[in-house]
Design a protein around this ligand. Sequence first.
Ligand code: WT7
Length: 633
Amino acid sequence: MEKIESFEQYQQIHKKSVENPEEFWAEIASTYSWKKQWDNVLDWEFDTPDVKWFQGGTLNITENLLDRHLASRGNKLALIWEPNDPKEKFVRYTYKELHEKVCQFANVLKNNGAKKGDRICIYMPMIPDLAIAVMACARIGAVHSVVFAGFSAHALSDRINDAACNIVITSDGLFRGAKEIPVKRVVDEALNTCDTVDKVIVAERVGWMPNMVEGRDVWLHDELEKADKYCEAEEMNAEDPLFILYTSGSTGKPKGIMHTCGGYMVYAGYSFKQVFQYDESDIYWCTADIGWITGHTYIVYGPLLNGATTVMFEGVPTFPDAGRFWQVVDKYGVNQFYTAPTAIRALMAHGVDHVLSYSLDSLKVLGSVGEPINEEAWNWYHIHVGKERCPIVDTWWQTETGGIMISGLGSSSPMKPAHAGYPLPGIQPVLLDKDGNEIEENGVEGYLAVKHPWPSMLRTIWGDHNRCQKTYFSHYNGYYFTGDGAKRDENGMYRIIGRVDDVINVSGHRFGTAEIENAINRNEKVVESAVVGYPHEIKGQGIYAYVVCSDVESDEEILKAEIIETVVEEIGKIAKPEKIQIVPNLPKTRSGKIMRRILRKIAEGDTSSLGDTSTLLDPDVVEKIKEGAKLLE
Ligand code: WT7
């Protein structure tokens, strides 16, 4: 697979990929190892939708991640693991060692009853066993469903039940910054409301003695001792599911986004190579958690498909101090560094001295992902981290897209602060007006959609294909609708503006407003609630909840603390509302619809232009909410 080295070359290749997508993708797919060649490159229609890539082909993705590299890169480092505490020793695995670890873990799964097609939930901290577990599932053809280890027992239980998982892989506890968290206890609580799980495999991380349920719970280290170091890779059809990953939508229930073996592999590998311009001896580091899609595609799958050395980091950017990222960059000589704007903004707030104490000479490409990067953060990243010599790739994509869709390609593309730029080869984005017509010219704004399939697009929502159709393919006929609004400048560069649906993006994490409202409403003192996002200096967006309570006599501060507690129990700490305003009523139209536009304006602190409030059932309520909001500031 050749790297694209200039903008002219990119333009030619993109043009070719649009004129003949099948030929384009077949050529890339043939650089991987398949057990059986495909019959058809692509069959598709976007109505139901039904998209199939490389039908008839069979493969195992782990042979492409590991086995394929053994001859030429067996002793090359595949994975470097950096612990939470810099005083603890790091772990390094060569391709040969990682291959052995994955095979052995795969045998542990088999010995515990796992079969091809089973769903296995992985609820683990960022330790090497997490990456190994993911690949072990893929080795035996089981479908992994990784749940970020910050989700609550309730959220975990919902996800286990939705996919009817039969095995959970977890750890005794986890370290995050100065904190220690009892992970296994969360699993135990979740399993009180799950009846499909018959085995829990527990990795040891913090050295606690969690409760082990006889017959159900086993220690990973005990199981590994009994497991063989060789495991044949299961032959999978290209369209067999590889994994499910839950994400939030505009309605309450999280969606299990399903990705398949063949297409996901082809795109994860290709996009990694092009965007980060990886060279054989480079060290690449993505700071995401494997609990999110960024970690799936750009810590595990994309880098290893390319035989790269990937760094996995257990900790947080500010522990033990705000120089942690830069210390790790220097420690390993990281060449490509990929993080989120929220982390950059948080570090900016700690001052530039933390950056200036490190050399950062090794850096070649900087990446950004998860939310729009504001110009101030972009400039800080460019000047202080990249020393104005590293291109910044602002990568726009989604859990649903599986891989990066719009982005610069290392230094081969022009860059412009706050602009993701141009689509990758093979990607055909469009801007639509509200009637679903394509806006052809440049210098415009519209709804961001995609008009042709790409290999790593979602195939369905687990167990609810109808919802997949409704959410992504029904708004605009014949297009995949992203849920984002975007601008295209005079030169055709895209700038993502943000969600146009009821999804909010807090520190690069997605939440549906309805999902948080449902959680708040579980508190028995709550009558109803409305959640909106508001601009937050570090998190991008913060969660602002307007809550109507039955118990108006109570102390407001206590009520608020109880509401927060309910959200933490229902979803997890990551979904804690930043601001809660107890209100006498919500502004509603005569037909009972909540006027979110007004609530959003008030949360933004912009009460001068609330627009027409005359259609409200009770216009007075707006005045009361405005007054209450001032007190919160
Ligand atoms: C939403 C997807 C896959 C990336 C991690 C988040 C927003 C993502 C950018 C970017 C502006 C971005 C969009 C998108 N987003 N990257 N570079 N610039 N916005 O994945 O949780 O599935 O969220 O994140 O709004 O729709 P996700």
